[in-house]
Unconditional design. Structure first.
Length: 411
């Protein structure tokens, strides 16, 4: 469907279930039915500053489109396509993010640490009010996971850079190559700024604690995507362990870099994979091999990876759990020749980075209902507080924190 057909296909429901399905609660029917694209963009800017990005990469079928009334008996409205169209059009026509300057806040200063979806969104919503915002970023460019995680074949970096430029145009200042805990401390920031937002993400790869995990040739998926430093995969077999979007992004990246065979090994069934269906389909279309209901139990080699030992699993319903759990099938072990193994089974925070904060039982920064940390004028959001690991949820977390910071600055 083209944009006009999408507009006509949307029922403009009174109760807007699609809006409830969107992590950012975007007013979807309103921006879809607004024929003036500048006005449509301004509607989106009330809840999101990343429309061209979220429209492209959000798991729409699990969120807004999954709640669409049209989808009950037929095809859901192409909400993501429309959001992306409006966002890209705003870039092409240089539409500015509307401001809502609050004279009482113009002398306030806030530091935002980290420039991923949470940090950028927080910075933008603060700057819209006239607050003086400075972003501290550890890399030499902004974007966080948008530039150091999601591959360019899935998200055009020109779109990312243009979206960031819109936020900076609100008057946001930037300090690059600045790492929390190395180049500055929380105390440094709280002595200068009225409030601080921490949105550094949680990108330390989680370990499975299996034999052979410390061999050369074992990598973390998050680290490979963030650093972009890969070995030579040509003629090599690579196993990706995990079933989320990091696993798909890593598998597709390595496949494009010339690996002989790339396997995605997932201990549950395909329908239980957390990765987006489109990403799974694209990976299959590109020749990536999937081993479902398979678990890795050992990595074998003298100094470097030579083989992996796998075992088949069955799915059982455990008492008190809604999700089927994988259980290893006894004596179903088998070996596979392998050159590299990539762990894409989750990530955790860098303890050194957040050592000054009270943490919850999972090791994330502990925040209250206002996104406030154990340090009163420091707020946090996104992956570092254990938010769901999608761009939209991180962005909502940043927006919520901005709203709380604004209330804090007014007291």
């Amino acid at each position: 469907m083209n944009e006009e057909e999408i507009r006509n296909y949307c029922l403009n429901c009174i109760n807007k279930p699609c809006k409830n399905g969107c992590p950012l609660n975007n007013d979807i029917p309103s921006f879809i039915h607004k024929e003036d694209l500048k006005e449509a963009y301004e509607i989106l800017c009330k809840t999101t500053l990343l429309p061209a990005i979220c429209g492209k990469i959000c798991p729409h079928e699990k969120q807004c489109q999954g709640s669409c009334i049209r989808g009950i008996k037929g095809e859901s409205v192409s909400i993501g396509k429309m959001e992306e169209f409006i966002g890209v059009n705003s870039i092409n026509n240089n539409y500015k993010i509307p401001t809502e300057i609050d004279k009482d806040l113009e002398d306030k200063k806030v530091a935002v640490v980290g420039s991923g979806p949470a940090g950028l969104t927080c910075a933008g919503f603060l700057a819209k009010k006239g607050i003086k915002v400075t972003i501290y970023e550890k890399f030499n460019e902004l974007g966080g996971i948008l530039t150091h995680g999601i591959p360019e074949f899935r998200l055009d970096k020109k779109i990312v850079n243009s979206t960031i430029s819109k936020i900076l145009d609100l008057g946001v200042e930037v300090k690059l190559n600045q790492t929390l805990g190395q180049d500055f401390t929380i105390t440094d920031l709280t002595s200068i700024y009225d409030a601080v937002f921490i949105g550094v993400g949680a990108n330390i790869p989680a370990k499975m604690n299996i034999e052979g995990e410390s061999l050369d040739g074992v990598f973390g998926g998050n680290t490979l995507l963030e650093d972009g430093k890969h070995p030579d995969y040509k003629g090599k077999n690579v196993a990706i362990i995990g079933g989320g979007n990091v696993a798909m992004d890593t598998a597709r990246t390595i496949n494009k870099l010339g690996a002989e065979k790339v396997y995605v090994i997932y201990r549950r069934a395909e329908e239980q994979m957390p990765a987006e269906k489109k990403e799974i389909k694209d990976a299959k279309d590109e020749g990536i091999l999937f081993l479902f209901q398979t678990n890795i139990v050992k990595i074998i080699g003298n100094e470097k990876v030579e083989k992996i030992e796998c075992i088949k699993t069955k799915l059982v319903q455990k008492e008190g759990e809604k999700r089927l759990s994988p259980v290893n099938i006894e004596n179903s072990n088998y070996l596979m020749d392998m050159d590299y193994v990539v762990m894409a089974t989750g990530s955790k925070p860098d303890d050194n980075t957040i050592k000054d904060f009270e943490k919850n039982k999972w090791g994330y920064i502990n925040v209250n209902e206002n996104m406030q940390t154990s340090i009163p004028n420091v707020f946090a959001g996104g992956d570092i507080v254990g938010e769901k690991a999608t761009v939209a949820f991180a962005a909502r977390s940043g927006r919520n924190a901005a709203e709380s910071i604004i209330e804090f600055l007014k007291t």
